[in-house]
Design a protein around this ligand. Sequence first.
Ligand code: ANZ
Ligand code: ZN
Length: 871
Amino acid sequence: MPYDPSSSESRWQQAWSDAGSFTATRDSRPKYYVLEMFPYPSGRIHMGHVRNYTMGDVVARFKRAQGFSVLHPMGWDAFGMPAENAAMEQGGHPRDWTYANIATMREQLKPLGLSIDWSREFATCDDAYVHQQQAMFLDMLEAGLITRKSAQVNWDPVDMTVLANEQVIDGKGWRSGATVERRELTQWFFRISDYSDELLSALDGLTGWPDKVRLMQANWIGKSRGLQFRFQTVDAPEGFEAIEVYTTRPDTLMGASFVALSPDHPLVRDLAAADPKVAAFVEDCRKIGTTEEAIETAPKLGFDTGLTVKHPLDEGWQLPIWIANFVLMDYGTGAIFGSPAHDERDHEFATKYGLPIRATFGERGMSLEQADALVAKVPYVPLKSEIVTYVRGFSGQAEQTGEAAVDAAIAHAEAHGYGEGVTKFRLRDWGISRQRYWGCPIPVLHCEKCGTVPEAKENLPVLLPQDVTFDVPGNPLDRHPTWRQAVCPSCGGAALRETDTMDTFVDSSWYYARFTSPHAATPTDRADADYWMNVDQYIGGIEHAILHLLYSRFFARAMVKTGHLPESAKEPFDALFTQGMVTHEIYMTRDERGRPVYHLPEDVYRLHLKGNEVAVLKREGFDDLSDEEAIEYAEAFAGEIEIIPSAKMSKSKKNVVDPVNIVQSFGADTARWFMLSDSPPERDVEWTAVGAIGANRFLARVWHLASLDIQEAEDPDLTRAAHRAIADVTKAIEGFAFNKAVAKIYELANAVGKSKAGGEARRAVLRIMAQLMGPMVPHLAEDVWAMAGGQGLLVDAPWPKADPALLEDDTVVLPIQINGKRRAEISVAKDMPKDQIEAMVLADETVRRFLEGAAPKKLIVVPGRIVNVVA
Ligand code: ANZ
Ligand code: ZN
């Protein structure tokens, strides 16, 4: 019988399902919770999913075999714009589109044979999930974790919606491509910034996380220490006698050349009301979005108000007040002083508007003139830890680091009473209001009498209305004829529902907790949550290193505060692994106008021809060609396709391989094996047709080895190799080095192939091999297990233990020196008696050549070290 995954894989999946093998149960075993980031139901699974879920599955199956009670669930991150876009473009309803996609993707995932507890599956758009998320929202509102405030938002004028910062790409809406504007709206916020300090300091404890992710989070939270102080204004309107600024470089105060206000600064509002030119300038500034990136990259724009302030260190020195587009209102105080000599933005601004550029410090040892010359064209921005020479210092600065100078400047300000040292965070509150339909409704009402009122818990869930249209832009909830009308839970009068829905990041901030009790009538069942939390191993893409993980960390804290999670679940993910991407070559031709045309790998015949890399299009009839004919064909058309080096699989470049096709033609185990074999999990892996065929061939060989019937014979070397493999594979899986585990299994398979072992001795080794392969290629492993006489299902077999006695290498390699020169070596058992070693040496090919039939003059064996022969 040849290897035939198409029949055996589904059979094993059925067997596991019948046995309930992957149902997670609370019992006396230690628990292990492994989770891969859940997918968005786009409609098709891709190779990235296969890689991600296979890795998680290896861990889940491994831990299960090691005696853990494993929770390995799957669900769907199901709300979001694409469903609405589909409704806009193709008609239909977002709900139908979403659930149809889920059904399709579930059918595509199941053949992969993942050890998932499907009884826990849910989608974030399920009524029950919406219900519990709303219940939690109300709890968090009551606990003071949520606030409503007016805020600057990115407004997409075409989609008529607020965009999250990350949905703004180069100042344009990610979907519409329209230039994003700034607007002020009243929005709902989670008060994540209250947790800035804690979210930062707790990163130190996340030792199971990659350093780079912790660093990215730390930078995002962005803690800085600086000076907050006031400039006295000279001729500003009433109420603006002083302008408060925040600086992280108070040591550059003597190089100040202007003060700049955010276009949203209260003083600017005042001025704009009186002066249409100011108002027009502010309007211009609003055309850039609110993202830091957009603001950072936009050309610097300024407006001179004509007003001035006094320098705090010199009453007679006045600085002009400008309005500048790069000053953000929601950071620091919304006002800065510019020190063009030591700041890129200030330099660009000063150069553009002819403002003075005066160095505060220069490179070590520089004079004032040299330092000024240094910064005339470009700012001088050394690391704060570098020693520099202060040429316009105050408070006694001279040669010192920027750090020391900043400290001294803060001390000086505090001593002289013009400012205070303060700590600021970049992290803003998390705005969750979205003016979209396909999201979780925010369960509050607006009552004319009572104001904003939370919906009563017994009225939950607030579900989306089904009868909506997407033929006009904007939020369908706003224009629904009746949905908004509700009863105020506080006064019983008429009230209007909030029509904002929640950012989908809310949905994904607690799904891991919901998996512990997916059917509970409360957000979590505490007994379940207490048992299963934390996620022991979380696996996902680095693209979620910042927002998703930060929001989840905040949400877990909020759930602790509202009693939905135990205190110990504050940091919900004990260990995090970020896997690399799946890449593929790109195949390109050009059309008659020279524009690139991309081709799917399945439409391309790829060949390595006499050192040349050739790819040609498969024309009609290609599939009927013999191998030789195909090569001739490739030679004939060589050069027609340009091969672009491997890059992340993407639909636009058509360098995608459909996992469904791969599973159909090779089986799931081949896809899984290849995904694990070729590179370390944290690196990108290149999918190649040749590699897939190679993986498949290896699995077929293992099948063949298992099906051979060999006469009884012992082979202690093979048994030792098997135990070595147990130790090595165990260590590799524990260390997330799946590619190494794969390599060790290759070695073991080779050893089995070479060995003459038969009967039970051979079967015992095959069973070990099956067990070691089980987490990676679970179907083939069951087959091998069964063929080798394994009892019951392999998934129920405990992980094999290496016999320490067999791990000890009991052979040594002895070098043989002939006439003082090393000429050969022999491998002998450690405890081999001297006379036997001597006999082996004399029988050695090389030794015999040197002796030319004569007896050696001397033969000295130093046991365990060396053999000396004098010929
Ligand atoms: C004077 C100065 C001189 C500055 C110099 C920098 C370099 P971080 O480190 O990210 O916290 N700043 C303060 N508030 C701002 C706002 N609302 N919008 C834009 N920029 C603002 O950044 C702090 C520095 O960014 C502050 O230090 C301030 O410029 C600027 F050689 O003050 B600095
Ligand atoms: Zn009311």
